[in-house]
Design a protein around this ligand. Structure first.
Ligand SMILES: Nc1ncnc2c1ncn2[C@@H]1O[C@H](COP(=O)(O)OP(=O)(O)OP(=O)(O)O)[C@@H](O)[C@H]1O
Ligand SMILES: [Mg+2]
Ligand SMILES: [Zn+2]
Length: 529
């Protein structure tokens, strides 16, 4: 008898439906799995055998053939343990099937004792199930993620539990998501974010705006950057506070929405860099990621890669959040250039000989660097010890196209030492975050609910539609740009920054002041941009 079940494998960050066929005949006992299984899937047969025996069933001493279709896609991972075990039990007539197997996608890893273990990629699996209008049968440990996704599911602790359900026996723990098939748990998610925030506040290494003395210009620039998701580059001598300012961005990022969290958490579930233990109990991230990259990172580490099973790089882990590259100029030229395409397209395409995989990477880049190899070029209090050849080489590496992708450039000078011990208090991160939240609201109302989240992602037609500029202000802008010899990419970018500034000031129409401030963010002492 042939038993057919549905399961799934993963490619990139997507789940792909796989039909599992199990056929048992007389012959030399053994299990053969065909249909491009990788090593971890091949290993399933030993786990499944032990799990079946330890769940109180006899293991059929027969020839078992398992086919995973479609045959041309590589099947990776341990999600097939559960469908294989059930398929074998039904085919061997050890389990009667009282449900319509075709209504379910089944995934779960088995322990030798028959316990069901959590599987990776549940978000992708849930999205697939919703698309195919199926329910999922999953391990209990995955049930919270399924709840947040609003997918119909049944979850179990053991193989025995699943068997009871399939044979129609009343199972003590059957959980079905009663909510509609949409993201209706939004209120629950907000509650989850607040809970996490309370917990996280204790051990956060993010400096508060209150602790940053002086640097008013840099703080304002950072607020503009975060409000419109603009890329920002900070240049300044050692110890001037660049790293500190960059890290403070963590505290003013707007809250993440459930949809964004699902997108980003899905990417995380395919990365080797797992959520820190106990940090995200539902496997859903509760705030925008802030990924700090060390300048020695490899290109593959940054943009993603790896042989047959490419994994997302740090730019994808920063999806819907911030990528922070300290000592930006120290990145290798190759790594710097590899950022160009993903920064423009907000998605990275990893091509392999037989397939290519797309990882989303819509991040805001915060970069910091010294103005020269010794660090003191342009500093009034220290002498720069670099030769002009060294400085030329230093800036030559930062090619025009990569600098063009920044919207905001800011010089960060050391503040007066007296100011450092100043008791005068400014705005706290909490206050700035609240203002950013209001700016966001103003933006979405101004755009009458159109789905573009941040000004930085407006394309040229979006710019024409949403910038809202009078003819006279536009000709003023054109004139200044011509004088400053600004590139066409920078032309659009500056206009978007100006739009963000006007949004912060709650101005419907773009005004000259906002434009001048935006242009000022391109006028740095160290870089000619
Ligand atoms: N404006 C400031 N207010 C408060 N503390 C400051 C300020 N500027 C610098 N500091 C102190 O100086 C330390 C060094 O600053 P930070 O590491 O941010 O400098 P940096 O510009 O990144 O230097 P480098 O170029 O060497 O990386 C901070 O940890 C902080 O304690
Ligand atoms: Mg630093
Ligand atoms: Zn120097």
């Amino acid at each position: 008898m042939i038993t057919r079940l549905k399961s799934a494998t993963f490619m990139g960050i997507n789940a792909i439906s796989v039909d599992v066929e199990v056929f048992i005949t007389t012959g030399i006992p053994g299990v053969m799995i065909v249909g491009l299984p990788d090593t971890s899937t091949k290993e399933a047969k030993d786990r499944v055998k032990a799990a079946i025996k330890n769940s109180g069933f006899d293991y059929p001493i027969k020839k078992i053939t398992i086919n995973l279709a479609p045959a041309d896609i590589r099947k990776a991972g341990s999600t097939f343990d559960l469908p294989l075990a059930i398929g074998i039990l039904i085919s061997a007539r050890l389990l009667k099937c009282e449900i319509n197997l075709d209504d379910y996608i089944i995934a779960g890893e088995l322990s030798l004792n028959g316990k069901l273990n959590k599987v990776n990629g549940l978000i992708a699996l849930g999205i697939l199930a919703k698309k195919l209008n199926k329910a999922i049968i999953i391990p209990n440990e995955n049930k919270e993620t399924a709840e947040f996704l609003g997918v119909n599911f049944k979850s179990f602790d053991t193989l025995k539990g699943v068997c009871k359900f399939i044979s129609g026996e009343k199972e003590e723990l059957i959980l079905t998501n009663s909510k509609e098939n949409n993201l209706s748990n939004f209120m629950d998610f907000n509650f989850y974010i607040k809970q996490k925030e309370l917990k996280d506040n204790k051990n956060n290494d993010c400096p508060d705006f209150l602790d940053i003395k002086g640097h008013e210009l840099a703080k304002r620039a950072l607020e503009v950057a975060v409000s419109g998701h603009h890329n920002i580059l900070m240049v300044g001598p050692p110890g001037s506070g660049k790293t500190m300012i960059a890290k403070s961005a963590m505290g003013i990022l707007p809250d993440i929405s459930l949809e964004e969290s699902i997108e980003t958490s899905n990417i995380y579930s395919f990365s080797n860099k797992k959520f820190k233990e106990n940090e995200e109990e539902y496997n859903l991230i509760s705030r925008r990621p802030f990924i700090s990259v060390h300048h020695t990172i490899t290109t593959a580490g940054l943009i993603g890669g790896g042989g047959a099973n490419p994994v997302p790089g740090d730019i994808s882990l920063a999806h819907n959040g911030v990528l922070f590259i300290d000592e930006f100029s120290e990145l290798s030229k190759k790594t710097l250039d590899s950022l160009r395409q993903p920064m423009e397209d907000k998605v990275v395409n990893l091509s392999r000989s037989r397939f290519s995989i797309l990882f989303p990477c819509d991040f805001m880049l915060i970069a910091a660097m010294n103005p020269c190899p010794c660090g003191y070029y342009g500093d009034e209090n220290h002498e720069c010890r670099c030769s002009s050849a060294e400085i030329y080489k230093f800036y030559n590496k930062l090619s025009g196209p990569i600098l063009d992708r920044f919207d905001i450039f800011i010089d960060v000078y050391s503040v007066n030492l007296k100011k450092l011990m100043d008791n005068k208090t400014g705005e706290s991160s909490k206050e700035v975050k609240e203002r950013i939240k209001q700016t966001e609201k103003f933006q979405s109302e101004r755009r009458a609910g159109a789905s573009i989240m941040f000004n930085s992602s407006l394309n040229s037609s979006g710019i024409r539609k949403y910038i809202n500029i009078s003819d006279s202000t536009l000709s003023f802008y054109n004139e200044v740009c011509q004088k400053l010899n600004i590139s066409s990419r920078a032309y659009h970018r500056t206009l978007k920054v100006a739009r963000t500034i006007a949004d912060i000031e709650r101005r419907d129409t773009l005004d000259e002041d906002s434009i001048l401030e935006a242009l000022n963010y391109r006028n740095t002492k160290f870089l000619k941009v």
